[in-house]
Every structure is written in C-alpha cells, then in structure tokens.
Design a protein around this ligand. Structure first.
Ligand SMILES: [Zn+2]
Ligand SMILES: [Zn+2]
Length: 235
C-alpha cells in the first residue's frame, strides 16, 4: 500500500506530464502583424520541423523570424480568407517558398488577384496576389503529419471564410468571423450579416466550450467565453 502522499505526488506528476504532452500536441503560434494587427499563425508540432503558415499579413518579419529561429519548414500556406490585411505579404512569402502550396476556400479564389474584391483597391496599394494552388471546401480534412484539421466554411464576413479546427487539442483558427466579445464586419460589398450569424451559430457555437479560438484580430478566447459574454450572441 503506497503512502497517500507519495501516491498523490505520483498522480500529480503523471497528470502534469499528460497535460504538458497534450498542450504540445499542436502549437499554434500567433503574430499580430502591422498596423492592421492581423493575427497570422505558424502551426507546428513538437515532433516535426514542418509548419503551416496561416494568413499572410503585412510586415511578417516576426513570423518569418520564428520560422527561421525554430528551423521550421513551411509545407502549406492556408488563408482564412483573402482580404487585404490577410494577404499583404503573400507574394513575398510565396517568393521565399515558391513550391509551398497556397490553399483557400473555393468561393474566394477570385479575390486573390482582384484588388476590388480583396479590398486593397481602397487602401491605395492594390494587391494582385499569387493564385491559389489548391481550393478548399467545407468538410475537408487537412492532415498535419498524423494530426487532422477540419475545414468549416464560415461565410458572411467574406464569401469564402473558413475556420480550421484541431479537435484533438481543442484549438480553432476562426479568421474574421468571430472575435473575443465581437463578430466580423459585414459592411463590405461581399459581406452578409445574416450569413455571418448563421455561420457562427451553425459552425462555431456547436464546438465545445473549452475549445480555444484564435480570431483574425484581437485576443484569443474560448467558445464557452463567447457563449456567455459575447453581446452579439445574446438573444
Ligand atoms: Zn477580413
Ligand atoms: Zn482581418
């Protein structure tokens, strides 16, 4: 019979090891880039040097330094959507890794080289970004080594917005659809407030309360926190 103190410490140690392993399963490192403060991400795991770049905001030096400092190798560039603040450095990043595929939802592929659709025409710096190499659709599963990310189509802020969901570690990148205590803008020509609310309710709010969400701007949050505190989600 083990001394209860020892048993307790063994259990605690075991638990903390499990917790550590669990949280390191998939690392989603966030960078708020440029004056737009666009959250862009390096997604990687502890047991591999592969990484994804999710969204390519202006002035990506901090994100690129992280990739270099950790000796990571991008294998995918994924775009939550193609507004100017999320594709500002796509051309530059594509030039650094020309063979790395660029993925975007099929409903937004025309945005990449159309400054009116991607809103860059209104900033005085029209952007004609590189074309997508692969088009995503709702329900796609993207593999990261032995891990899986689910693609959910969340139109409303823009027609081809997506969320990338890693169920195993309860983390989701949600683009400009849902923010901490707020929701995405719908005053753009291709936005639709009814579609946005439908996307939030049918594609995000059915995720577990303890799922961490990483919005396209501002702090991270959780589904549970937004369910309770987000003023736009109250009846
Ligand atoms: Zn946007
Ligand atoms: Zn944005």
């Amino acid at each position: 019979m083990l001394n209860p103190m020892i048993l307790n410490s063994l259990l605690t140690t075991h638990y903390s090891l499990l917790t550590t392993h669990y949280s390191l399963l998939m690392i989603i490192k966030s960078f708020a880039l440029s004056d737009w403060q666009t959250n862009c991400f390096v997604v990687h795991s502890q047991d591999s040097k592969d990484c994804w770049i999710v969204d390519c905001g202006f002035e990506p030096t901090a994100l690129l330094d992280y990739i270099t400092d950790n000796d990571l190798h991008p294998v995918r560039i994924v775009l939550t959507h193609a507004h100017v603040d999320h594709i500002g450095s796509l051309e530059h990043i594509h030039e650094l890794w020309p063979d790395v595929p660029i993925l975007i939802h099929e409903d937004e592929k025309k945005f990449l080289d159309d400054p009116t659709l991607n809103l860059s025409a209104f900033t005085g710096m029209p952007i004609v970004a590189p074309a997508a190499t692969k088009l995503l659709k709702h329900g796609d599963i993207m593999s990261f080594n032995d891990q899986e990310f689910e693609v959910r189509h969340t139109p409303g802020h823009s027609p081809g917005g997506i969320a990338l969901i890693h169920h195993a570690s309860k983390q989701a990148i949600v683009g400009d659809t849902l923010f901490a205590n707020s929701i995405g803008r719908t005053d753009f020509p291709t936005s639709d407030i009814h579609q946005l609310m439908e996307s939030i309710h049918s594609q995000l709010m059915n995720l577990p309360d303890d799922m961490t969400i990483y919005p396209g701007h501002g702090p991270s949050s959780s589904i549970g926190n937004e369910r309770v505190n987000n003023p736009f989600l109250k009846n």
